[in-house]
Design a binder for this molecule. Structure first.
Ligand code: NAP
Length: 259
């Protein structure tokens, strides 16, 4: 049993959909006050209303995580609404699938900016709050794709997700000054709207390649993030955990068939 995070103020970027919505739901059900940051109003409002209908505390702020002014506004609105900030879950991301031969350099820049620059911007914007409380938590949503595995079409994505882990190591050292930890969750294939867009064939093939024989649920990532955000994880920083149902384990197709 973890010490309660009741009433802690949490930002979840990309909290309107998919994994972010899962993280927001797990945290809100533990009594945290959750600020969802996303660009699209409809999905964000729908998620906030769903949480409120359970009697939970949630709000949303329009934010583009690749834009510095927008990110600063996200933190300001959170502090204004909830009276402070304790936890940042930097989760928003995108994964368009384009092979290098067809990739316009602007697509590369957009993915790196949305997935990696955003991690720097969001953490930087929260530092004054962590300095104030002397006790902050940051959880990044990285991926197995990039740091551990490769997949054609995702050079930019893989670079951004591996880059997040490089960022994490030195960020952990800098944030230790404020008694603040930063860690990353590395999801395998998690069932989300974004993944659904890749098609049923993709979903079926991926499920078959996972030893636990299912795609992950968004709450599987939310629970891992909750642990990193807990008091009990206060001595863990600069680390990452793979949450993938064993997806990265098989050495070959034969190894998978042996199960
Ligand atoms: P998703 O269902 O497509 O949701 C993405 C969320 O991020 C949405 O709330 C979206 O809202 C928000 N977002 C995207 N660009 C943004 C921007 N520039 N500014 C603010 N918000 C933005 O994606 P997901 O599958 O849940 O993925 C979430 C994270 O998990 C990503 O970092 C992804 O790389 C990582 N991940 C996912 C999987 C998986 O299997 N699904 C596996 C490994 C890692 P708006 O579009 O309205 O802004």
């Amino acid at each position: 049993m973890l010490t309660s995070i009741k009433n802690r103020s949490v930002i979840v970027t990309g909290g309107s959909k998919g994994i972010g919505r899962g993280i927001a739901t797990v945290f809100a059900r533990q009594g945290a006050k959750v600020m969802i940051a996303a660009r699209g109003e409809e999905a964000a409002k729908e998620t906030v209303n769903a949480l409120k209908s359970e009697g939970l505390t949630a709000d949303w702020v329009k934010c583009d995580v690749s834009d510095w002014d927008s990110v600063q506004n996200m933190v300001a609105k959170t502090v204004e609404t909830f009276g402070g900030l304790d936890i940042l879950c930097a989760n928003a991301g995108m994964y368009p699938q384009t092979k290098m031969v067809d990739m316009d350099p602007s697509e590369w820049d957009n993915v790196i900016s949305t997935n990696l620059r955003s991690a720097f911007l969001c953490v930087k914007a929260c530092i004054p709050q962590f300095e104030k409380t002397g006790k902050g938590r940051v959880v990044l949503t990285s991926s197995i794709t990039g740091p551990v595995t490769g997949f054609p079409g995702w050079t930019h994505y893989g670079a951004s997700k591996a880059g997040q882990l490089g960022f994490l190591k030195t960020a952990a050292m800098e944030l230790s000054r404020y008694n603040t930890t930063i860690n990353a969750v590395m999801p395998g294939n998690i069932y989300t709207e974004g993944l659904e867009d890749l098609g049923q064939d993709y979903l079926d093939t991926m499920a078959a390649s996972i030893p636990l024989k299912r795609l992950g649920a968004v709450e599987d990532i939310g629970n891992a993030a909750l642990f990193f955000a807990s008091d009990e994880a206060g001595y863990i920083t600069g680390q990452q955990v793979v949450v993938d149902g064993g997806q990265i384990l098989p050495e070959s197709l034969e190894a998978l068939e042996e199960i």
